[in-house]
Design a binder for this molecule. Structure first.
Ligand code: ZN
Ligand code: ZN
Length: 241
């Protein structure tokens, strides 16, 4: 079965590359999934973090960041690992647009390293990757969120329900929109599959959490269609809001 191809076999065909400098991994870098010298280029979200979205908060006394204090969230808690900037940003862009799917192994290991315990404690029934619009999927040939979920599933042994959410509207770059416009724009972008699987607790998986509008929209649909608790994890999150 193709799915059961072992890591070492994959390495023979495609030698693993460093998710930062993109050179072929050597020595200790091979087992770590990143060159030892490139590790320092990664910026982790420093504690303390918002107990809702996982973003760094400056004030240790505050449980939640400004955004999460301002609005009700449809999800309970988020687990992002890196700050979307610098080397991480370049790496994730390559993962997303330049077919560097193999980076998912490293990202998944980092998510588990930082938040494995929390993700296990949730006892989720399934992981749902944030879907890509079919036209994007066709163009790129893969959905990076689903690739990440697949890599995570190998680490944590939670089944993936890819296709449980469907992206029905292609949303364009949302940079120029304000918060409210973003949310309204995305609210219509997703649907739940008809006769979807009954899931009580779900971990949404995405590559980047920026304004949170995408995760919010997905969480809202899941909750409207019977899911009780939604969490999310992502490779990275914006610096602050
Ligand atoms: Zn490197
Ligand atoms: Zn927050």
């Amino acid at each position: 079965m193709l799915r059961k191809v072992t890591n070492s076999m994959l390495d023979l065909v495609y030698p693993r590359r460093c998710p930062v400098c993109m050179d072929i991994l050597q020595g200790d870098g091979k087992s770590q999934g990143i060159c030892i010298s490139c590790r320092g280029a990664l910026e982790y979200v420093p504690p303390p973090v918002c107990l809702r979205c996982g973003k760094h908060v400056d004030d240790e006394e505050q449980e939640y960041c400004i955004d999460c204090r301002r609005r009700n969230r449809n999800y309970l808690r988020g687990f992002p690992v890196f700050i979307y900037d610098g080397a991480v940003k370049d790496s994730v862009i390559a993962f997303k647009y330049k077919n560097k799917r193999e980076f998912a192994y490293f990202y998944a290991k980092e998510i588990m390293h930082r938040y494995g315990r929390e993700l296990l404690e949730i006892q989720a029934d399934g992981m749902v990757p944030v879907p890509a619009h079919p036209s994007r999927y066709r163009k790129r040939g893969y959905n990076q969120a689903a690739v990440l979920a697949a890599a995570l599933s190998r680490e944590i042994d939670i089944p993936i329900y890819d296709g449980e959410l469907i992206r029905v509207v292609k949303t364009h770059a949302q940079k120029d929109l304000n918060d409210k416009e973003r949310y309204n724009n995305l609210k219509k972008a997703f649907k739940r599959k008809r006769n979807g699987v009954k899931l009580e607790t779900v971990i949404l998986v995405d590559d980047i959490y920026t304004s949170g509008a995408t995760v919010e929209a997905c969480a809202e649909i899941l909750k409207k269609t019977g899911v009780q608790s939604v969490y999310y994890t992502s490779i990275c999150i914006g610096r602050g809001g």
